[in-house]
Design a protein around this ligand. Structure first.
Ligand code: 1Q0
Length: 215
């Protein structure tokens, strides 16, 4: 199998970022978390302009978080746990409706967190599907089982239309740039437990602090 060209985009590194997120104390480091999302967005942009309405929103959210993580209070934004306690203790989160703190870290991460659930389901689907399976069907199913619940009708329609432009499973595994389809499937198998872990820790933290529905 051909090795990826040096410097070429590889999904392996992106998924490794999610692995690097979780510390021994089971905290989630925001640096690698956002780096993982950055890489996914790069990947998404490579799939074509039809996905730009999705990647734009993701970039906006990543930028909001990066400005906290590089800002004056960067210490408080080192981990998800420190962010949640800092923002909640200072009253920096609009819980019911967006008003004085429309772009809190807590609400911004929640959007990415919900998208991470989609990613988990999608990658699981991709990994376990038959070779001739339709990527757009896998993507639509994953979306309907996760993110769709939080999106208005127009966004759901646009998303499903965009999904039709996804390449076949094998072509998809190819652009992941980790080798042949078998290697790609193996890499997904290695990466998925870490994504599940990040998702699970975040979900538990958000449930504990009643943040799962933050406006
Ligand atoms: C491969 C296809 C990618 C499909 C991604 C699925 C997500 C669809 C989401 C469509 C909605 C985007 C428009 C904006 C929505 C916002 O209203 C919403 C809520 O935010 P707010 O501020 O209005 O309350 N935003 C979100 O829900 C966030 C959506 C972020 C989506 C991030 C997707 C990043 C993409 C990743 C591509 C990964 C490709 C997989 C690689 C695997 C390779 C085997």
């Amino acid at each position: 199998k051909m090795a990826a060209a040096p410097g070429a985009f590889s999904l392996r590194e992106v998924l490794a970022a999610f692995q690097a997120c979780v510390t021994e104390q089971r905290e989630v480091l925001l640096g690698p978390y956002l780096q993982g999302w950055r890489g996914l967005v790069r990947f998404l942009n490579g799939l074509g302009a039809i996905f730009s309405f999705i990647s734009k929103d993701a970039v906006t959210k990543i930028q909001i978080m990066e400005s906290y993580c590089g800002g004056e209070r960067r210490e408080e934004y080192r981990t998800l746990q420190s962010m949640v306690s800092y923002e909640l203790s200072r009253g920096l989160v609009d819980l019911q409706r967006r008003s004085s703190h429309p772009d809190s870290g807590c609400r911004t991460i929640l959007r990415l967190h919900r998208a991470l659930r989609w990613l988990q389901l999608f990658l699981e689907g991709l990994r376990t599907a038959r070779q001739d399976a339709s990527t757009s069907a896998i993507c639509t199913d994953s979306y309907n089982a996760s993110l769709a619940a939080y999106h208005p009708w127009v966004v759901r329609k646009a998303a499903v239309v965009a999904f039709c432009a996804l390449p076949s499973r094998d072509a998809f595994l190819e652009v992941m740039n980790v080798g042949g389809p078998e290697e790609a499937v193996e890499m997904l198998g290695d990466a998925l437990p870490h994504i599940r872990d990040v998702y699970g820790i975040t979900q538990e933290l958000y449930e504990q602090h009643c943040l799962v529905g933050v406006a």
